[in-house]
Design a protein around this ligand. Structure first.
Ligand SMILES: [Zn+2]
Length: 225
């Protein structure tokens, strides 16, 4: 399960929930229980960080951070923060502090509004449960993310599997491989020949089955401490 918390959290509003005003809730609302700090689960570049409207603290997202995921066309949004720890233009990697959960903007209690959009376009919001493996139901149940191979999702990653959410997990894979010294090229989310070659080199170096596919064992090795 992928979530921006290192401590426990719960889901206060599901993704795509039909709200009383007739609009669909385009993200997940999450509430940190053990810790309100928010961390990036992806490699990327901060494209916006600050108030949506500096003149109106109750408008919309309030304090928000937007991260372009790798060099993909996908963007991750963090809304209603009480404080922000990054600046526009900065690069982030999994585990880097983004800010602290809060209730700025259009919000009635401390929570994170967490969303992914394609092309930074609000009409192109994407499936959060599919990306994160968080069950799509508001619940008092306490959950925990894992900062390990599950950052690459639950499906096997392989050449040619480039649709959402694989594109995002591919970008994380590519950036991780390159960070470990196995050049996978730009983290563009497209699993092609260069990514396959880097995966095989990594598998060879870790005495894994060299098949160029990224299943559970390779994922675990990629994020082994
Ligand atoms: Zn929300």
């Amino acid at each position: 399960m992928i979530a921006p918390y290192k401590g426990t959290f719960r889901i206060s509003q599901s993704w795509n929930n039909l709200r009383s005003n007739g609009t669909l809730h385009q993200g997940f609302d999450l509430v940190g229980i053990a810790d309100k700090r928010l961390y990036s689960p992806v490699y990327g570049t901060v494209v916006r960080a600050g108030w949506e409207n500096p003149k109106n603290a109750k408008q919309g997202w309030g304090r928000r951070v937007v991260v372009r995921i790798g060099k993909t066309r996908f963007y991750m949004y963090f809304g209603h923060l009480s404080s922000i720890a990054v600046t526009a233009g900065q690069t982030v990697k999994p585990g880097d502090l983004i800010g602290i959960e809060g209730s700025t903007g259009h919000s009635t209690g401390s929570h994170l509004h967490w969303e992914i959009r394609e092309s930074d376009n609000h009409n192109l919001y994407r499936d959060m449960p599919q990306y994160s493996d968080i069950p799509n139901a508001a619940s008092r149940t306490t959950r925990a993310s894992a900062w390990d191979g599950s950052l690459l999702g639950s499906a096997t990653l392989a050449a040619g599997r480039n649709s959402y959410p694989a594109a995002i997990h591919n970008a994380t894979l590519q950036a991780r491989l390159s960070a470990l010294g196995f050049d996978a090229g730009d983290p563009d989310g497209l699993f092609g020949a260069k990514t396959t070659a880097a995966v095989k080199q990594f598998q060879l170096s870790r005495s894994l089955t060299v098949d160029g596919k990224v299943g559970a064992k390779t994922k675990a090795a990629l994020f082994a401490p």
